[in-house]
Design a protein around this ligand. Structure first.
Ligand code: NDP
Ligand code: 2IT
Length: 456
């Protein structure tokens, strides 16, 4: 509930002007509700118009992306970059290629990214971009032509000290490689830090591919340890999605002694009594993206694992399984109230968001009111951008660290991040409310920097 007059006024104005951006309003509302006690303690925020500025992106760039498909037909997509907040560092955040991409979705993601990046402790501002281009079923050459065209406009708005994109849904190492090549060609400069998630031969960091899924597990493991003197050992886990975040969450859960019972894609879900095998997920992921096998779905998992069962239909079926821990790793608003009710009824005690805002507000509230430890994405999935920040550090010093070095820093920083979130929640009398802890801790650093830099 928004009770603070100043925050209510800002939110109502925003809701009026952005009525067609429900995901953005959802993300803003959650943050404003969380930071009420901080804003009440700091009247100087209102004087400085700080919240009005915080909810308005510094810049939004929209552009045409024309490209030619394999049949010689001209296709046109829409490209975007939302440069949300640069108070604590250059804009940083992924690019999403998915038919659902629009300005509202990218504003929600850029807004969330601002607080997530603040929580990592690294100097990165918030941004997000992408296109309504759908890479599913496209050939490598089509993807390359699209990425080159996309970068032919984007390059003038980004750079290692300006804005540093990376991957997100539909954008992995292949797309980052094509975009990096085009940027280099257009600017005649090799700027490692301008784009992260690069290939290992041209400045990419070891463990970036694994970082979001691994980080999610380190964060969850630290929560279990700190709250219940427990671990992932022997825990049953269900996961949604089967892309970059999900695959390496599956791997790390099993390395830490847990068992993943099921995961999903947009066509259905798969259940494996032997525990989901991440190497099979990698095969399916690569096959889906090869462009040669149009129509590949997660159903292919059972070809390699005959004990597994494929359920065609809504991937939300995974939430019906009894489990100790749920890790939603697909996309926004894909875990609904009835899913939360089923999870709680079946004994789930911990939820860690691998995706950005995968849990609806109603489902989040239900978890919190029913004793589930709920870890919000802006903290729990920060491992990806955190290692992106470490990739920029390596690029700046012209060095490459070992896998163990990067993974070790990731683990240490994710565990530290849990304590920052947990301590902040306690400081504000909200022990166990990790949503408030993450929002307040992320906000404080950005707010301090914005105040110090004057009205800009
Ligand atoms: P990918 O494109 O690699 O994978 C997305 C996966 O989710 C695919 O398996 C896709 O299935 C599945 N999916 C999408 N919608 C649904 C749905 N409604 N039900 C079931 N499955 C679904 O993306 P990422 O793994 O990179 O990103 C996943 C989430 O994590 C996003 O919210 C992203 O913003 C967030 N994130 C990503 C980070 C990163 O470093 N990549 C970092 C932090 C957060 P299909 O193949 O059928 O489309
Ligand atoms: O949502 C996210 O944090 C990402 N997609 C990763 C962004 C990045 O810059 O690595």
């Amino acid at each position: 509930m928004l009770t603070n007059e100043y925050l209510k006024r800002v939110y109502d104005g925003l809701a009026q002007r952005n009525a067609n951006e429900p995901e953005f309003l959802q993300a803003v509302r959650e943050v404003l509700e969380s930071i009420q006690p901080v804003v009440e303690k700091h009247p100087e925020y209102e004087k400085a118009g700080l919240i009005e500025r915080l909810v308005e992106p510094e810049r939004i760039i929209t552009f045409r992306v024309p490209w030619v498909d394999d049949q010689g037909k001209v296709q046109v997509n829409r490209g975007y970059r939302v440069q949300f907040n640069s108070a604590i560092g250059p804009y940083k955040g992924g690019l999403r290629f998915h038919p659902s991409v629009n300005q509202g979705i990218l504003k929600f993601l850029g807004f969330e990214q601002t607080f997530k990046n603040s929580l990592t402790t690294l100097p990165m501002g918030g941004g997000k971009g992408g296109s309504d281009f759908d890479p599913h079923g496209k050939s490598d050459m089509e993807v390359m032509r699209f990425c080159q065209s996309f970068m032919t406009e984007l390059y003038r708005h980004i750079g290692q000290f300006v804005d540093c994109p990376a991957g997100d849904i539909g954008v992995g190492g292949r797309e980052v490689g094509y975009m990096f090549g085009q940027y280099k060609r257009l600017t005649n400069s090799f700027q490692g830090g301008m784009l992260t998630g690069k290939g290992l031969t041209f400045g990419g960091s070891l463990a970036r591919t694994e970082a979001t899924g691994y980080g999610l597990c380190y964060f969850t493991a630290e929560a279990l340890k700190c709250m219940r003197n427990d671990s992932l050992e022997g825990k049953t886990v269900v996961i949604s999605g089967s892309g970059n975040v999900a695959i390496y969450a599956v791997q790390k859960v099993s390395q830490l002694g847990g068992k993943v019972l099921a995961c999903s894609d947009t066509h259905g879900w798969v259940e494996d009594p032997d525990g989901i095998d991440y190497t099979v997920l990698e095969h399916v992921y690569n096959k889906k993206r090869s462009g040669h096998d149009k129509g590949v779905t997660l159903a292919m998992y059972v070809d390699e694992k005959p004990n597994a069962v494929w359920h065609e239909g809504d991937g939300r079926g995974v939430w019906q399984l009894p489990c100790d821990i749920a890790l939603p790793c697909a996309r926004e608003n894909t875990l609904l109230l009835e899913d939360a009710q089923a999870l709680v009824a079946n004994g789930c005690k911990v939820v860690g968001e691998g995706a950005n805002m995968p849990t609806t507000i109603e489902a989040t509230t239900y978890f919190q009111e029913n004793g589930v430890a709920f870890m919000p994405g802006k903290a729990a999935n920060a491992g990806g951008v955190l290692v992106s920040g470490l990739e920029m550090s390596q690029n700046a010093e012209h060095l490459s660290w070992t896998f163990e070095e990067v993974d070790g820093k990731l683990e240490q920083l994710m565990r530290g991040m849990f304590h920052n979130v947990d301590d902040t929640a306690k400081e504000y009398g909200q022990e166990g409310n990790f949503v408030m802890g993450a929002n307040i801790a992320g906000f404080l650093k950005v707010a301090d920097a914005m105040l110090a830099q004057g009205v800009c």
